[in-house]
Design a protein around this ligand. Structure first.
Ligand SMILES: [Zn+2]
Length: 366
C-alpha cells in the first residue's frame, strides 16, 4: 500500500511528459501538489457535533490564571460540553487550576494530574508520588495523565531509562484504582517515526517538517518494545482503568488493536490525532466502533477548534473523499463512518461519564 501512493505520483509525471510539457511542469514538490477534487458527491460539512461531547484529550497549560469564558465560548460553538485538560501538573499548580474551574466554570472542565518523575529511584520517591497524587485528587483532579516522556526520556537517578512497566510505578497505578480515577497514557509515537525517513515512509512529511520526531531502535529503544511495556503494565493492573491515547498507535491496524482489547479489558481507547487513520478505512473502522462501542472515547489533543470539523464528519456522516486538515498527518482523503446515534452518544459522552469522576450528567441526553 505504501508504494502504491508513490506509483500514482510516478504516473502523473509520466502522463505529463507524454503530453510534451516542459520539465518544470512535470515535476513538483510533494508538499505543493494539492489537486482540487472534481468528484461530485453529497457533502455534509459539520462545524458542530450532533450531541454535547466530552473531549478527554486536551491541553491547556495556564488554566490557573486563564480567563475561562473565552474557552467556553469556543467550546459552545463546537457543542463541547466538557473539556478534560490533561496538563494539570501537580501540587499548587494543579490546585490553582482546579480552583479557577470551581469558581468560574465548574461544569465545563476537568483537570488531570501529572506525575513529577524527577528523582525516581531515590529512597521514598514512590511513596511521595503516591501521596502527591492523593492530594491532587483531593484538590479536584479527575484523573492521571502520563505523557510519552515515560518510556522515551524519563531516566532514574542512575541515568537508566525508566520503562513503562517499571515496578517502582506499580503503587501509582494501584492508587488510581483505589481513588477510582482513570489513567490516560500516551506511549511512544507513531511507528513510522522509527522507520527510515525515505519515500516509503507514510510519515515522511511529518518527519521533514518536525525533525525532532525521528526515532530509531536505540533512540531510545525499539518501538515494539516500548509499546509492549505499556501492555504488560495494563495487564499487571487489571483493577485500574487505562485510556490508551491515540488508539495506542494501532488505529492503522484495527485487527491488532481488537486483539489487545480482548486481552486487556481494563483498556479504553481515544482517537486524538488519529482520525485520519479511521477516515481512510470507514468500513473496518465502523466494525471496530460497533464491537467496542463501550470502550472508545472522543479525544482530539491539540486545541484548534476548526479541526474538530473533520472528527465530526468522519464519525457522523456518510460523506466520501473529503479533505483532512493537516497534510503531514494524511495526504489521503476521508470517508465518514456514519455511526448510529446510540454509538455516537457513547463515544461523545456516555463512556467518559462512566469512567471519569466529577462530571455533571445533567447536561447530557439519555
Ligand atoms: Zn496530548
Amino acid at each position: 500500500m505504501r508504494r502504491h501512493a508513490f506509483l500514482i505520483w510516478a504516473g502523473i509525471i509520466i502522463t505529463g511528459c507524454a503530453q510534451g510539457q516542459s520539465a518544470e511542469n512535470t515535476h513538483m514538490d510533494f508538499e505543493k501538489y494539492d489537486p482540487v477534487s472534481t468528484l461530485k458527491v453529497p457533502e455534509h460539512p459539520l462545524s458542530r457535533a450532533k450531541y454535547p461531547f466530552i473531549d478527554v484529550h486536551n491541553h491547556q497549560w495556564n488554566m490557573g490564571s486563564q480567563d475561562l469564558a473565552g474557552l467556553v465560548k469556543d467550546m459552545d460553538a463546537l457543542h463541547m460540553q466538557v473539556m478534560v485538560n490533561l496538563s494539570g501538573s501537580n501540587g499548587s499548580r494543579l490546585k490553582e487550576m482546579a480552583d479557577n474551574i470551581k469558581e468560574h466554570a465548574p461544569k465545563r472542565f476537568i483537570v488531570f494530574a501529572n506525575i513529577d518523575f524527577d528523582g525516581i529511584g531515590k529512597p521514598g520517591w514512590t511513596e511521595k508520588a503516591v501521596q502527591q497524587l492523593q492530594e491532587d485528587v483531593q484538590h479536584g483532579a479527575g484523573g492521571l495523565k502520563i505523557f510519552k516522556t515515560l518510556g522515551l526520556s524519563v531516566k532514574d537517578n542512575t541515568g537508566k531509562r525508566v520503562t513503562i512497566d517499571d515496578p517502582r510505578l506499580d503503587a501509582i497505578w494501584d492508587k488510581c484504582a483505589a481513588l477510582k480515577i482513570p489513567v490516560l497514557i500516551h506511549a511512544a509515537d507513531p511507528e513510522p517515526f522509527w522507520e527510515p525517513m525515505d519515500e516509503h515512509n507514510e510519515r515522511w512529511l511529518e518527519l521533514v517538517s518536525h525533525p525532532g520526531r525521528q526515532r530509531g531502535p536505540k533512540n531510545p529503544a525499539p518501538w515494539e518494545q516500548i509499546i509492549e511495556e505499556q501492555h504488560r503494565m495494563f495487564k499487571k493492573h487489571p483493577q485500574t482503568t487505562f485510556i490508551n491515547a491515540h488508539f495506542g498507535w494501532y488505529a492503522n491496524d484495527l485487527d491488532k488493536l481488537s486483539a489487545l482489547m480482548e486481552v486487556i479489558p481494563n483498556m479504553y481507547v481515544e482517537f486524538g490525532a488519529v482520525i485520519a487513520e479511521l477516515g481512510r478505512q470507514p468500513i473496518r473502522a465502523r466494525e471496530f466502533f460497533e464491537k467496542y462501542q463501550d470502550r472508545i472515547l472522543f479525544g482530539k489533543d491539540s486545541w484548534v477548534p476548526s479541526e474538530y470539523a473533520t472528527y465530526f464528519r468522519v464519525l457522523e456522516t456518510a460523506d466520501e473523499y473529503f479533505p483532512y486538515h493537516k497534510k503531514y498527518h494524511a495526504f489521503w482523503r476521508m470517508y465518514g463512518m456514519h455511526l448510529p446515534d446510540e454509538i455516537l452518544k457513547k463515544i461523545y459522552y456516555k463512556n467518559a461519564l462512566k469512567i471519569i469522576p466529577g462530571i455533571d450528567k445533567g447536561a447530557f441526553p439519555d
